[in-house]
Design a protein around this ligand. Structure first.
Ligand code: CO
Length: 498
């Protein structure tokens, strides 16, 4: 029997959810699907045209053995194609080498970054540093290619229509030896004088950390790359861009690899947060000949940045910060995690002054939140609205059950909550009038919501202008999808002919 802290009255009183409901959203989904979504509440806006692609762990156990952490789960791509008020659902696992080998063997054959071990205890795992490439973090359609991304390896390329895995992608030979290509590319939509670019980075860890910054044109060709070196170990999941800079937050963590090498822990479990050390903010000019600068601020831990922009000689960066690394005890099943014991992720604004070399920071949103999303045309530029997945309750860490819209000028908030039995994912913003309209915040938020009452997932469409009115459409899938990570929308329709 599972012990859940539901027996602890002080937590139970404040809870907006039942822990067993949350846990079931982590059940594996081993099946793949293709169907028209027919069970719909409300109406799909007829102008919503294109495809939402999402990635995330699809299976959380293999051959009856549970993975140590959901981040170790094999990537499953979901595509929801919208046109003429209809929606088509398709899902496929990314056929990585590791997925195919483990499914054939019916057991875990690889160690995972976040602590999944092969059967047989530490003896079976010691000195095996061969981690599985799981392609589970993000999926983007760029330059005519659909790419499943995972930060520690090169992308897998998929067919956008069938989601069939086509193989590893090198970007025309640029990514050699399975070089890393992060799961957080940023699209600079350009201006009259500057072209549109996809900007991304890849890391090569070592005694110092090499960061290679890639810029791709609309055709998907790498048109610029340069490599910079940061001293020491760096855990960098995401970055922010402006027209002139890439900004990286180097979290104050140290890595003790010995438990990993000995087969006792995954490398992600060997990170130690150093509250006595500053967070280092690296400002890297996008111009390869520009000089890199570093500023320091109080210790914090960042996975995701909402946005950054340049204003009156400063760079402003809005980021989700935790007061320390939200680690999970290796001996604890992640399904039994007590959220209230973890620090909440909160939205902060950092003002970087390159002249005075100072950093000021200010709390923008104290409610626990993650997965920030902004209008794609506002990325890297001054902006007004940020959309977040957030906790239902205003205080403390808790599962993400609500969508929050924060107006950064007026500090006005709007919230839609799926509590008590719904659990939300990243809200993907789709502009209503297409990519060419820059001066409007009209559009839709698309998010997947796990509905524990029916053990199924809904595709929820909210009008971005009126979040608190609730969904304009809820598309009930025939099954659940485990909690996912990131997604993206393309204006191309990849469903069957209508
Ligand atoms: Co991420």
């Amino acid at each position: 029997m599972q012990t859940t802290p539901a027996q602890v009255p002080s937590f139970a009183q404040a809870r907006s959810y039942n822990p067993e409901d949350w846990q079931r959203g982590n059940d594996s989904q081993k099946q793949e699907f293709d169907y028209w979504i027919e069970d719909i509440e409300g109406e799909i806006p007829p102008e919503l045209h294109g495809t939402l692609f999402r990635n995330g762990p699809g299976i959380l156990d293999i051959g009856g053995q549970r993975l140590q952490h959901p981040f170790d789960g094999d990537g499953m791509i979901n595509a929801i194609a919208f046109s003429q008020g209809k929606a088509y659902f398709r899902s496929r696992f990314v056929r990585t080498q590791g997925y195919l080998a483990e499914q054939a063997a019916g057991q875990i054959l690889y160690r995972g970054v976040f602590g999944t071990q092969k059967p047989g205890g530490w003896l079976a795992n010691a000195f095996d540093l061969n981690l599985k490439d799981i392609a589970n973090t993000q999926v983007i359609y760029w330059g005519g290619k659909l790419l499943a991304l995972w930060e520690a390896a090169s992308p897998h390329r998929l067919d956008p229509g069938t989601l069939e895995t086509l193989g590893k992608e090198t970007l025309n030979g640029v990514l050699q030896n399975d070089a890393g290509f992060s799961a957080h590319p940023r699209i600079d939509s350009g201006s009259d004088s500057r072209p549109t670019r996809l900007v991304n980075f890849g890391l090569k860890p070592g005694l110092s950390t090499a960061i290679t910054i890639y810029e791709l044109n609309l055709a998907g060709e790498v048109v610029q790359q340069h490599t910079r070196s940061l001293p020491g170990f760096a855990f960098l999941h995401d970055f922010a861009i402006t027209p002139n800079y890439c900004i990286f937050f180097q979290n104050p963590v140290s890595l003790n690899p010995i438990p990993y090498v000995l087969g006792l822990r995954g490398p992600g479990e060997c990170l130690k947060f150093r509250s006595d050390q500053p967070t280092r903010i690296w400002i890297v000019p996008r111009n390869p000949s520009g000089k890199m600068q570093m500023l320091e601020t109080d210790a914090c831990f960042v996975f995701h940045h909402a946005n950054a922009f340049e204003q009156e000689g400063e760079i402003l960066v809005d980021s989700i910060c935790y007061e320390n690394f939200p680690a999970i005890d290796h001996h604890l099943d992640f399904r039994e995690i007590e959220f209230a014991t973890l620090p909440p992720g909160q939205l902060w604004r950092y003002r970087l002054n390159l002249q005075t070399k100072t950093v000021e920071h200010q709390l923008l949103e104290k409610r626990c939140c993650e997965f920030p999303y902004v209008h794609p045309q506002r990325l890297g530029r001054p902006y007004h609205q940020v959309y977040l997945a957030a906790a239902h309750q205003a205080e403390g860490n808790a599962p993400l059950q609500a969508i929050l819209k924060l107006n950064l000028d007026s500090d006005v908030r709007e919230i839609w909550s799926a509590a008590p039995r719904g659990f939300v994912g990243e809200p993907v913003f789709v502009p209503r009038l297409g990519q060419s309209q820059t001066n409007t915040e009209e559009g839709w938020l698309l998010t997947l919501v796990y509905d524990a009452a029916h053990h199924r997932t809904d595709v929820v469409i909210l009008a971005a202008e009126r979040i608190s009115d609730g969904p304009i459409a809820r598309l009930h899938l025939k099954h659940h999808i485990p909690y996912g990570l990131h997604g993206s929308f393309t204006a191309e329709y990849f469903g069957p002919p209508l």
